[in-house]
Design a protein around this ligand. Structure first.
Ligand code: F6R
Length: 246
């Protein structure tokens, strides 16, 4: 696993945005897997800026987001679809028909998960999967558990994850749905290349466990150790526990 440490969050976001834009040049039809959360906001802002300066062209790219809340329609202000619209989709020239999202209001959530898996496969698989990480080691909505589901699936959210998402629901964790749909770790590990970004001291411990600890469903991110092309992009604070074994 390659680890790159940046002096601050801004440099990290800028560097990754430039890399993504550069990769789209020779491979304009790239398939990108995208996270939501606080961490990628700066990256998305940088991508928007590059696009505004005609330095990033998403016109032929395809995206698949990692996850969505169950029971929340795409136009709801708390949906991850709305988050992406605000932070990235409204800022770049992605074609709406090439933006893929799990539907939180599909009548049959299990069938929706199967549809998503098939859509990723039909698109040719994800070329670059961007990830954030929860302080408990979750990836997407793959929460620590005794067992993990491999493919895209329905999940019950931990109280800590619902609290972390309260801002999307007026600051009230009780309003955050109890369930969600998420790509599974197998879906994620099928991506050709994975870049995980983590910033801030609160991520230091799970990053150290991810790098130095055993592969365990108690830390879903630890499964990234088995992938041959993973890069961790960290700021100094998120990297500070790396010398210490988990
Ligand atoms: C959301 C997702 C989550 C977040 C994680 C970290 O699509 O994939 O796993 O990456 O909860 O969130 P932040 O970036 O807010 O710390």
């Amino acid at each position: 696993m390659k680890t790159t440490i940046f002096k601050d969050e801004r440099t990290l976001a800028r560097t990754l945005a430039v890399q993504i834009a550069a990769a789209l040049g020779p491979r304009p039809t790239s398939i990108l897997g995208l996270p939501t959360g606080r961490t990628p906001i700066r990256l998305y802002r940088e991508l928007g800026t590059l696009h505004a300066h005609a330095q990033a062209d998403f016109s032929q790219a395809t995206t698949f987001n990692l996850d969505e809340f169950l029971g929340i329609p795409p136009e709801h202000p708390g949906s991850y679809r709305s988050f992406m619209q605000e932070h990235l989709f409204s800022k770049v020239n992605l074609q709406p028909e090439r933006i893929n999202f799990l539907s939180g209001v599909a009548p049959d959530p299990d069938a929706e998960c199967r549809r998503y898996e098939a859509a990723i496969e039909a698109a040719g698989g994800i070329d670059l999967q961007l990830l954030g990480i929860g302080t408990n080691g979750h990836i997407g909505f793959n929460e620590p558990a005794r067992e993990l589901a491999g493919p895209t699936h329905r999940v019950t959210l931990k109280a800590s994850t619902r609290r972390a998402n309260a801002a999307l629901f007026g600051g009230d964790a009780e309003q955050v749905p109890r369930e969600a749909l998420s790509m599974g770790m197998a879906t994620i590990l099928h991506a050709k290349r994975i870049v995980l970004i983590a910033t801030g001291k609160s991520k230091a411990r799970c990053i150290a466990r991810l790098v130095n600890g055993p592969i365990t469903p108690k830390l879903p991110a630890s499964f990234l150790q088995v992938h041959r092309d993973v890069e961790l992009m960290l700021d100094a604070a998120a990297a500070e526990a790396l010398a210490v074994r988990a």
